[in-house]
Design a protein around this ligand. Structure first.
Ligand SMILES: Nc1ncnc2c1ncn2[C@@H]1O[C@H](COP(=O)(O)OP(=O)(O)OP(=O)(O)O)[C@@H](O)[C@H]1O
Length: 722
């Protein structure tokens, strides 16, 4: 379609450029590093007699090393748990150390918990200190030093690094792991890496890895022209898998649900009470299974207690995790240790899932797809998968984003299954019927670049200064449609991140100059509206408040809503907001109250701080995370000469009133055009509209825009109880 025509045009242009560039360096075959780069800055480490674990990848160690050394790009495909993420980068590190050649290896993981846990495991295995030879960097946390030669980081951290450096040359080897996770960041990282490989970073080795990809697609994407034809990148298949994993579907579990499940309901992406019950019954059944598999007698005939293997349950979100948690907690005397695992659990708590269970107890991890790839949680033998996920969808007309409950893809479910069978045989229970799995569960997810707002990607394109956004995005693995690009450019112009030209006829709908605001936004780890809030805060003299709001809204809510004390929690928040009824102002006031108490030295003891948190319904760990981001934002804006001034003590009421008003105006400016107005109810009209229906159980929606049908399903699920 015409929407996609631009892609061919710009891809051809790119190929021509590449040809010209290739002939300009006839001797520099990509893949071989110039000799000058060798032998510099060698770290001398005494060689240890380390024995690699016996994993499938170990059997082809020499072959993969030589393949990586002689090719620019290699794609590694191997079963989950075969040793790609943990072993392969170590082989390259050891290989270089043995030859005294310089290396600096980076490995990306989609999530923080993956990057940090892998680095920690390697350092333990090798008895190296973490942050020495091996380290990690996730978000604001960096455990690495000058000595670090193998660093694990999140995809986003590497992307930010190379966008500012406009080069890959800091590294000798770039491993991009879990490339099947087609987030906007992943696809943009691949695009930039491919581009830099063809320009200023030709000698950097790139290795793409996954257990669940269509290798050919990636190999063609990274093809290089050799004698007038395109040579696809090298693909290497790792043979074998660590342990077998049995798969089961609802049809195999008739002894549990006795065919009482309604097939009609099972096709909707929701979890019914019956399905939760199946999961609970399964968990109860594992005691027998453990017994059977361990063999319940020893040579002397004495009874041994079988080890109670851990269970990893995949649920679509926090609500479902809490529900299942409650069901499990209500089962008394079952000796279960339940850990919820989702992005709003602090990093510190996330790491608890790796601890060994208390002897005699069964560890049960209730997780979103945060544990779907990269992770090895030892002791996990059982995976229970509800085969659901929440995906980000964006409405074209309003740019409104929401998370929609939908079936996970087969790729995701296979990754989830692969969390078992890593240290012993595994079992994976998929709570759908086999027929439904075969016919209706999608094979892959739609890449985010095709369905999500492109704002931050386009700002990065502008920072990279590599031509028009559409020209660069046309070279993505799955290029976005031209209308999505146009819409994003318009939005960035509305926000003020890109300049609008004076003349109407000169206006380029596909590009615009990066403004000062745009430059700032591209450097801040918060979304565009919050970035704008900070800049407006600077202009209008309420920077400190805006930094607090931006940090707090970017992270998980620090207000606690304890179980069965919702109303008290809410009342507390209203108190903090004064008479403004504003969430943002409540956040500012609560944060300042905490800061003030700390400065007065009242919270010196952790217990005092926790007590203060309990009294004020504030989660201390969360507010500390907010404080960390607040400090980080402060540092980042200082490069643009924006500083938090010393505060004038708020003495008179008029001053406080005016400052509050200014802050509200700034908030309105930052969130433009997302407003709604709150009117007075008209009782007479309400009675008419209800037409005799019970007002307690009826919802009347009016003035829904013409595209309102898009929200139909979501509204319906919101008011399911009515
Ligand atoms: N924390 C750990 N505790 C125990 N064993 C571990 C741990 N981390 C890794 N292993 C062992 O190393 C193996 C390889 O893990 P690795 O993450 O390298 O595999 P992978 O091929 O990258 O898998 P995936 O495709 O799932 O990311 C695991 O199967 C397990 O045997």
């Amino acid at each position: 379609s015409s929407e996609m025509e631009y892609i061919n045009k710009y891809r051809q242009l790119e190929a021509q450029e590449f040809d010209m560039c290739g002939s300009a360096h006839p001797n520099s075959r990509p893949g071989s590093r110039p000799p000058s780069a060798k032998l510099s800055n060698v770290t001398c480490i005494p060689e240890t007699a380390y024995k690699y674990p016996d994993l499938p990848i170990n059997r082809c160690k020499e072959e993969v090393i030589s393949l990586i050394e002689s090719n620019s790009v290699v794609i590694i495909h191997g079963a989950t748990g075969s040793g790609k993420s943990t072993q392969l980068p170590q082989y390259i590190l050891d290989h270089n150390i043995q030859r005294s050649t310089y290396c600096n290896i980076v490995v990306t993981q989609p999530r923080k918990i993956g990057a940090s846990s892998i680095a920690r495991w390697i350092s333990k295995e090798r008895s190296w200190t973490l942050g020495g030879l091996v380290g990690y960097q996730v978000g604001l946390e960096k455990i690495a030093t000058e000595d670090t030669k193998l660093i694990y980081m999140t995809t986003g951290v590497l992307l930010q690094k190379i966008v500012s450096a406009k080069s890959l040359m800091e590294f000798t080897h770039v491993f991009i792991d879990e490339v099947h996770e087609r987030t906007e960041e992943m696809d943009f990282l691949l695009l930039v890496v491919r581009k830099l490989l063809r320009t200023n970073s030709r000698f950097v080795k790139v290795i793409l890895m996954s257990a669940t990809i269509n290798c050919k697609e990636f190999a063609d994407y990274f093809a290089v022209p050799v004698q007038n034809q395109m040579n696809p990148a090298h693909i290497f298949e790792v043979e074998g898998k660590p342990y077998s994993i049995e798969e089961y579907y609802l049809n195999d579990l008739v002894h549990i649900h006795h065919s009482k499940l309604s097939p009609h309901l099972l096709e909707e992406p929701v979890i019914t009470k019956d399905i939760y019950k199946v999961a609970i019954s399964l968990i109860q059944m594992f005691d027998d299974l453990d017994m059977k598999e361990s063999g319940n007698t020893t040579w002397s005939g004495a009874h041994i207690v079988a080890e109670r293997s851990s269970v990893l349950v995949f649920l679509p979100g926090l609500g479902e995790i809490n529900y299942m948690h409650e069901l499990l907690t209500n089962m008394v005397h079952k000796r279960l240790q339940v850990y919820p695992l989702h992005s709003s659990v602090t990093l510190e708590e996330q790491n608890n899932v790796f601890l060994s269970p208390v002897p005699g107890y069964r560890k049960i991890i209730l997780s979103t797809n945060i544990a779907e790839s990269s992770l090895t949680v030892p002791h996990v033998k059982y995976v229970i998968d509800f085969c659901l996920t929440r995906t980000l969808v964006c409405d074209e007309d309003t740019n409104y984003q929401s998370l929609r409950l939908s079936w996970a893809s087969k790729t995701s479910c296979d990754q989830r299954k692969g969390r078992a069978g890593r240290v012993s045989k595994g079992h994976c229970y998929r709570l759908v019927h086999k027929d439904f799995w075969d016919s209706s569960i999608p094979d892959h997810v739609i890449p985010e670049m095709l369905r999500c707002p492109l704002g931050s990607t386009i700002l990065k394109v502008k920072l990279l200064d590599m031509g028009e956004p559409r020209a660069l995005l046309a070279t993505a693995l799955s290029p976005p449609s031209l209308s999505d690009i146009e819409r994003t450019i318009l939005l960035l112009k509305e926000v003020g991140a890109l300049a609008v030209s004076g003349q109407r006829e000169d206006e380029n709908p596909h590009d615009g100059e990066l403004t000062f605001l745009g430059r700032v936004l591209a450097q801040l780890p918060v979304n565009q509206q919050l970035g704008k809030l900070i800049v407006l805060g600077h202009v209008f003299g309420c920077l400190d408040e805006c930094l607090i709001i931006a940090a707090a809204l970017s992270l998980k809510n620090f207000f606690a809503m304890p179980f069965r004390q919702h109303l008290d929690g809410y009342r507390n928040k209203v108190n903090f907001s004064g008479d403004s009824k504003s969430d943002c102002i409540a956040l500012v006031e609560a944060f300042k109250a905490w800061q003030a108490c700390r400065q007065r030295g009242e919270l010196r003891h952790p217990k005092d701080e926790l007590d203060w948190g309990r009294l004020n319904y504030i989660q201390i760990k969360r507010i500390r995370e907010v404080a960390e981001l607040y400090e980080e934002l402060k540092t980042r804006i200082s490069q643009f000469n924006m500083y938090v001034g010393s505060q004038r003590p708020a003495v008179d009421h008029e001053y406080i009133y005016k400052q509050r008003f200014i802050l509200q105006v700034v908030l309105a400016g930052a969130f433009y055009p997302n407003y709604f107005t709150f009117g007075q109810p008209d009782e007479e009209m309400a009675v008419r509209e209800l037409a005799g229906n019970d007002p307690k159980t009826t919802v009347v929606l009016k003035h829904i825009p013409p595209y309102g049908f898009l929200y139909y399903k979501q509204l319906q699920s919101l008011f399911r109880q009515c």
